[in-house]
Design a protein around this ligand. Sequence first.
Ligand code: ATP
Ligand code: MG
Length: 265
Amino acid sequence: MLRRSKMPSPLGLTATNVTHVFGGKEPVVALQDFSLDVAPGEFVAIVGPSGCGKTTLLHTFAGLVEPTDGDVRVGGERLTAPRRDIAMMFQAPTLLPWKTVLGNCLLPRELAHRVDDADRDRALELLAWAGIGGFADRRPHELSGGMQQRVAICRALMGDPSVLLLDEPFGALDAMTREQMNVDLRRMWADSGVTTVLITHDIAEAVYLAERVVVLSGRPGRTLDVVDVPLPHARDLSVIETPEFAKACARIRAYFAREDSHVGV
Ligand SMILES: Nc1ncnc2c1ncn2[C@@H]1O[C@H](COP(=O)(O)OP(=O)(O)OP(=O)(O)O)[C@@H](O)[C@H]1O
Ligand SMILES: [Mg+2]
């Protein structure tokens, strides 16, 4: 299990009446009146059709986009710019090809200050925890896609975040790798206790990973439902066989019955 000593306390995240309109000749309302309270240490997944504003929403949670209306608070403080303790992981692993796995992991520390031995120890600990401890000196191209995603997760956690934001992190992976990554991610979340918000198109992935699933409408994204996932805290893949899992998936899937919604399992 990962040491928790270096992890700051997880912080809650609150979005209140968030609306975002992208300006231009033809303004696009990406999000409308979105509100959500994520408790400290909670894992929330957000699903919704393509183009409904999920990435925009996550960017407002990261302080990368200032909403046109409403506000986002982290630990009660209004978010006006990116913060070091909010980590974001993108769909592509976005590793620097010329740096080793260890070097990529250390990047947040490098940007913050000079890297010291404690940082190196921490990165190696994270890599071992993610099951890629033997690859610290390799370059990204020597790793599989799933292993690269693990490095990206380690790099995100390297900043000891209070909040972890994941935008379809496993979208590009094959089904089997993805399943294993989900098991690992759930375990990593349980170990680190970091407040986590995951965007995904995959309903089963959302239900397997999260404590609650927010269902968004087509653009502009509005909340259609918030589904509590009644599964145990410690989850292995056997939960997928349970009636509770099937019921939660069916409830969410019913919102996306139209063939062109691009939300699937
Ligand atoms: N920088 C931008 N300027 C103008 N419009 C934008 C910008 N970014 C996103 N949009 C528009 O806002 C809407 C929501 O985009 P967003 O990327 O948040 O959707 P999404 O739900 O993440 O989609 P996907 O599931 O395909 O990733 C889209 O109509 C998109 O065209
Ligand atoms: Mg997106």
